[in-house]
Design a protein around this ligand. Structure first.
Ligand SMILES: Nc1nc2c(c(=O)[nH]1)N[C@H]1C(S)=C(S)[C@@H](COP(=O)(O)O)O[C@H]1N2
Ligand SMILES: [Mo]
Length: 561
């Protein structure tokens, strides 16, 4: 049971602002203006279209291209088979949760960029005020709340739960889509959705003119969609949906650090921005599609897609309303259920998505990811800063009394001070950080490869996890920690860093020592490390879920996506 008041370290709920898009260097356009502007443009477009339709050439054009390319294959049956009607409903139902949780994820870092640096002021879109000047401003402070029935679950910084909804339901949606593709192909119904003649383009223009001039074409979607509709459906099913998957995977640290040829060209921020634009396409599509269903013969349209009959009558409407009861119930229940049973959401999400995340965890990243020229001018801060007396005393003494303890299931437990740590073989890497909230940045990390540490302490065969404990607490009090699979300790880019960009690690970024394991998301990169323990399992640590955020904010213990 989540108490919104004490959630995430009693983070107060803060609203965002109306969406803004940057124009030029630093002017911001409030997208709410699109409503009156769009309305005026629509009226102008109607007037122009009406004028055009009085022109003989345009009339000829419309007579030549009436709007629909008749199906040339007599073997393609008309109408909508039962699998298609069911899948249409599943699609609609699942999209509700995907979209709501997706907007929630966006709200955790309510800005979009085109470069992997996520530099404040270079965002092209934001639903949050400009980043304050405070040099220790964290991404968590930057997150915003959503109304409980818009976001899923709406609370500020509830990204852990939102991700289970988004990724878990997405897996079901992709399965539904894959079955849909197969059945489309197998039954020949793809011919209803794929334009097969160039005539689709002049016909689409013709349809647009007919709609805008308020003299609508006669539709018969039972047999063939009009060309504009066909293009919209085709783009949605065969372009937007696959793009949603591809851009979604483009945000994975494991995939990005492995498949360099693509992630060097399309950074996580390009993927994230495009992922958002796909959402915009879906939203615009849903609004227009629904409006057209309602205004082009509602009863017949609903008879097509619900009972699958090309008739007049009320059955389709009744079935539609019954299905809407399910939709409304699912919509209304999702947030209250999530707040009441967050562990269930975490467990079910983990069961659905976990295996895939495990798969990606096998990808050892390539060394030599970036060069000095790629280093980000600004690197966001995140997390809960340490404020214990122990930490303050160490910091004030310039870490002269600092000792890193490495123990647990090892042959040779050690305690090392900073001089000893710096005397170990030096390793550095220039890599990209992926915060779960969505920002990224490149830095050069200097320190010790975890391979060196493993050689030094000699883990016992039963050691399976390596737990990194912080000197700092988490947002709800209690030690911040995170467990990593022992296999990752031999990956190329797993290291302890004491330098960042050739300077000793700053307070904010984790002084005196932090972890880098580049195939995982940012919250697993424990800062202000106090000790490292090799264990067989982690269920007796914290609440037993493999890390502080897993215990307190329902994140997953594998975060390769
Ligand atoms: N001890 C500790 N380590 C932590 C955190 C924290 O709250 N406490 N936050 C994590 C998160 S969410 C991120 S994104 C990175 C941020 O590192 P940075 O501040 O150097 O960017 O640190 C991670 N390590
Ligand atoms: Mo993070």
């Amino acid at each position: 049971m989540i108490d919104p008041v004490t959630w995430a370290g009693s983070i107060p709920q803060v609203n965002g602002i109306a969406p803004r898009v940057r124009v030029g260097r630093s002017s911001w356009f409030n997208l709410l203006w699109l409503l009156p502007i769009g309305f005026v443009l629509l009226i102008v477009a109607v007037a122009v279209a009406k004028g055009l339709r009085n022109q003989p050439t345009v009339q000829h054009f419309i007579a030549r291209y009436p709007g629909t390319v008749e199906p040339s294959h007599p073997d393609v049956s008309s109408g909508f088979p039962v699998w298609l009607r069911l899948q249409h409903f599943f699609n609609l139902f699942l999209l509700i949760f995907i979209i709501r949780a997706g907007v929630q994820i966006l709200s955790d870092h309510p800005r979009l960029y085109w470069t992997r640096h996520s530099t404040p002021g270079t965002d092209w879109f934001r639903i949050q005020n400009p980043v304050p000047a405070d040099p220790l401003w964290t991404a968590k402070q930057d997150s915003i709340s959503l109304p409980a029935q818009v976001g899923l679950p709406g609370l500020r910084h509830s990204i852990g739960l939102a991700r289970w909804w988004h990724l878990g339901v997405d897996a079901l949606w992709l399965l539904n889509g894959a079955v849909f593709y197969v059945l489309l192909l197998a039954t020949g119904h793809w011919r209803h959705l794929v334009p097969t003649s160039w005539a689709v383009f002049p016909n689409a223009v013709s349809v647009l003119l007919q709609y805008l001039s308020l003299n609508w074409p006669v539709d018969n979607g039972w047999v063939a969609y009009n060309s504009l509709q066909l293009l919209a459906y085709f783009i949605t099913v065969f372009v937007a949906a696959p793009l949603a998957l591809i851009t979604g995977l483009g945000m994975s640290p494991a995939l990005s650090t492995r498949f360099r040829w693509i992630s060097t060209r399309f950074s996580i921020q390009t993927a994230r921005s495009l992922h958002f634009l796909v959402l915009v396409w879906f939203l615009v599509f849903i609004v227009i599609h629904t409006a057209m269903v309602f205004t082009t013969g509602l009863l017949v349209n609903l008879n097509h897609i619900y009972p699958g009959k090309n008739v007049h009558g009320w059955l389709g409407l009744l079935l539609f309303l019954a299905s809407m009861v399910l939709v409304v119930a699912g919509w209304a229940a999702a947030t209250p259920f999530t707040l009441r049973h967050p562990r269930v959401v975490q467990r079910v999400g983990q069961a659905i998505v976990g295996p895939l995340q495990h798969l990606f965890e096998h990808l050892d990243p390539k060394p030599g990811q970036y060069s000095e020229a790629d280093i980000s001018p600004y690197f966001w801060h995140n997390g809960q800063y340490p404020d214990s007396d122990e930490y303050k005393a160490l910091f004030d003494g310039r870490f002269a009394d600092y000792r890193l303890r490495i123990n647990g299931l090892v042959d040779n437990p050690v305690e090392l001070d900073l001089t000893q740590l710096r005397a170990l073989p030096h390793h550095d890497q220039i890599t990209q950080h992926f915060c779960i909230q969505g920002w990224s940045g490149i830095a050069k990390w200097g320190g010790i490869s975890m391979r060196t540490i493993v050689d030094l302490v000699k883990p016992l065969p039963e050691a399976r996890w390596v737990v990194f404990y912080s000197l700092g607490e988490g947002a709800d009090k209690g030690v911040y920690y995170d467990a990593h699979p022992i296999e990752h300790m031999s990956h190329h880019l797993t290291m302890l860093a004491y330098d960042m960009n050739d300077q000793p690690l700053s307070f904010g970024h984790g002084a005196p020592l932090r972890l880098r394991n580049e195939i995982e998301l940012g919250f697993k990169q424990v800062k202000w490390i106090k000790g490292i323990e090799f264990v067989a399992q982690y269920d007796e640590l914290g609440s037993g879920r493999g890390g502080y955020n897993q215990d307190h904010e329902f994140f997953g213990y594998r975060q390769s996506i």
